[in-house]
Design a protein around this ligand. Structure first.
Ligand code: TYD
Length: 215
């Protein structure tokens, strides 16, 4: 039933660039992947995203933040991702549920079991077929981010280095718990080296749907 690929990584890891390069590669091979991102991707998700990133919401508590990400995700799965996969399509998603595990669960030290079970409820149990984790030392990522995309994500990026260290440790814990799904890539490598590693992983796992190339 289709192929669901997600891209995860810290601030400034270059995952969005890599996702678009993979999309170009797939398109050149005759596929028509759905390219989407979290939080967002739907009309409702975009409105939730606006609440989440607005620096004025400095009073937002960790559970509220987690539930808002989860609400956007539930809509995203129901409205876009699941229907595309059901048609046998390929979905490329810039962040997915693992971001909530890492940023809200590990980052805020919330109850991980609760975070996992609410996430499973929100996604209907949907888990990516393959997830790329672009790993980067926290300081490098934050430095890359300076002068990046302006004011957009102020509220999320204003958290301290310790927080981002917990996020990274969380990702590394998740990748070692489920090595079959995760492909860990050193994000300090060049853009083209990273892309080669991503394509090789997709091809090497024989993941691309054959026959009807609907997506
Ligand atoms: P994103 O738009 O991917 O920005 P970036 O280019 O920095 O990766 O993500 C925006 C922010 O939202 C980012 O700081 C990570 C955070 N985030 C969470 O904390 N939890 C989530 O579940 C998701 C999807 C994102």
């Amino acid at each position: 039933m289709g192929l669901f690929i997600t891209f995860e990584g810290p601030e400034g890891s270059g995952k969005t660039t890599q996702m678009h390069l993979l999309a170009q590669y797939l398109q050149a091979r005759g596929y028509d992947p759905l390219i989407t991102r979290e939080p967002g991707g739907t009309r409702i998700g975009d409105r939730v995203r606006a609440i989440l990133l607005d620096p004025i919401h400095e009073e937002m508590g960790a559970p509220t933040e987690f539930l808002l990400f989860s609400a956007a995700r539930a809509q995203h799965v129901q409205e876009l991702i699941a229907p595309h996969l059901a048609q046998g399509g390929i979905v490329l998603c810039d962040r997915f549920a693992d971001s909530s595990l890492a940023y809200q669960g590990y980052g805020y030290e919330l109850d991980l079991e609760a975070v996992r079970s609410i996430t499973e409820f929100a996604t209907g149990g949907l888990v990516p077929d393959v997830s790329f984790y672009l790993d980067l030392p926290v300081e490098t990522g934050l430095r890359r981010k300076v002068g990046g995309h302006g004011d957009d994500w102020n509220r999320m990026e204003q958290k301290g280095v310790d927080y981002h260290q917990r996020v990274r440790a969380g990702y590394l814990a998740m990748t070692s718990q489920d090595p079959d799904r995760w492909v860990v890539i050193d994000a300090t490598a060049s853009v083209s080296e990273i892309q080669v590693a991503i394509r090789r992983a997709i091809e090497g796992r024989g993941l691309l749907p054959s026959g009807r190339r609907v997506g």
